[in-house]
Design a protein. Structure first.
Length: 356
């Protein structure tokens, strides 16, 4: 088969690679049709931070079942099914797994980083690690399902669900990248009435409006605190989700939160985050609840996040617009695709597609 293989720092090659085969009755072989490039893969290519070499990256994927073991077929997955990949492979034995906190497993494997991934024509995974999709869902949209579950997991951790969202006074999302746009959509789907997207890119903020935001704040053009006070009657946002992971957006959440608010940090920082004592005191004075969010899993594995995402893709409530993508490339153009991260301002997901 053809695959994009990373051999070392800044060394990714489109080449022939041994085609994986089913080894166990609970495994599924998938012909990959689309796979997103997650920003976590960028340093694995350019900074040499992969766990080992050579490795095939790729964990945001969708495709068609090529073959299925006996146990996989008994579980309802058969050749020809359209599926998306669930990349985490927990140990299912540790205390965190026993509690259903699979995202926190310390002995996990992961498709596309700890074992060979989906920047390839085929990938073989356990049947637990696929979700079946409606054939009408485009493969490119289906490749966003893992990212969608990451956004939804953060909302759930902050206590925003279909019961609480309709009663929420206000919801805000900082950052209008892919996860931020999906968080806006989930707030809409769960029933929130006032959703504010906060960012610095006017076009992305307009996209957020089309996807469900009722209001936007462009921090390049207006004072975020003053605008937030205007939108919330001076009390601040009751739910805040930071999708950017930037020091300034994390600190911003502290200032924009209402008393007793719920603040969830979904984005992962790549630089040190510092706070003045006055900023940190806001946690005490406002008594807001602050939590982090990691990956997207709950019990029973892979969790209700994945059930919701499959259903939202089936009924069309989770929207997909071309503007959510930065660019798409054929798998054979993987080198050009990664070069975008060095030569362009990447806005949205980059997808690798494979029609072979």
């Amino acid at each position: 088969m053809k695959a994009a293989v990373v051999f070392g720092k800044n060394d990714i090659r489109f080449m022939d690679w041994e085609e994986p085969q089913i080894q166990r009755p609970d495994e599924v072989k998938i012909r990959v049709r689309a796979c997103g490039i997650c920003r976590s893969d960028v340093p694995r290519v350019f900074a040499g931070t992969a766990r080992y070499y050579p490795i095939i990256l790729g964990h945001e994927f969708s495709g068609i079942v090529e073959a299925a073991g006996e146990e996989a077929e008994k579980a309802g997955i058969r050749p020809g099914d359209h599926v998306a990949g669930v990349p985490l492979i927990p140990c299912f034995q540790c205390p965190d797994c026993a509690a259903g906190n699979y995202s926190l497993c310390k002995q996990y494997s992961f498709i596309g980083s700890r074992q060979q991934g989906a920047y390839a024509e085929f990938v073989v995974v356990p049947v637990r690690n696929v979700v079946k999709l409606d054939p009408d869902v485009p493969f490119e949209k289906a490749a966003l399902i893992e990212t969608a579950t990451v956004a939804l997991h953060g909302l759930f951790l902050a206590g925003l669900d279909e019961k609480t969202a309709p009663q929420a006074a206000s919801v805000a999302v900082t950052g209008v990248g892919t996860i931020g746009l999906l968080a806006v959509q989930w707030a809409r789907i769960l029933g929130a009435k006032r959703i504010t997207a906060i960012g610095r890119d006017g076009e992305r903020l307009e996209l957020a409006r089309r996807l469900g935001a009722t209001d936007t704040i462009n921090t390049r053009e207006e004072d975020a605190e003053a605008r937030a006070a205007e939108l919330t009657g001076g009390v601040g946002f009751s739910y805040l989700f930071d999708s950017a992971g930037a020091p300034e957006t994390i600190r911003q959440c502290f200032h924009l939160a209402a008393n007793k608010a719920h603040v969830c940090l979904i984005g992962t920082p790549t630089a040190d985050v510092t706070f003045s004592w006055r900023e940190w005191e806001l946690i005490n004075r406002k008594e807001f609840n602050l939590t982090g969010s990691w990956m997207s899993y709950s019990a029973p594995f892979p969790g209700r996040e994945w059930e919701y995402a499959v259903a939202a893709m089936r009924d069309g409530s989770l929207l997909f617009e071309e503007a959510m993508l930065h660019r798409r490339f054929d798998l054979s153009q993987v080198r050009e695709a990664f070069d975008c991260f060095e030569n362009e301002k990447v806005r949205g997901r980059i997808l690798l597609t494979n029609d072979r």
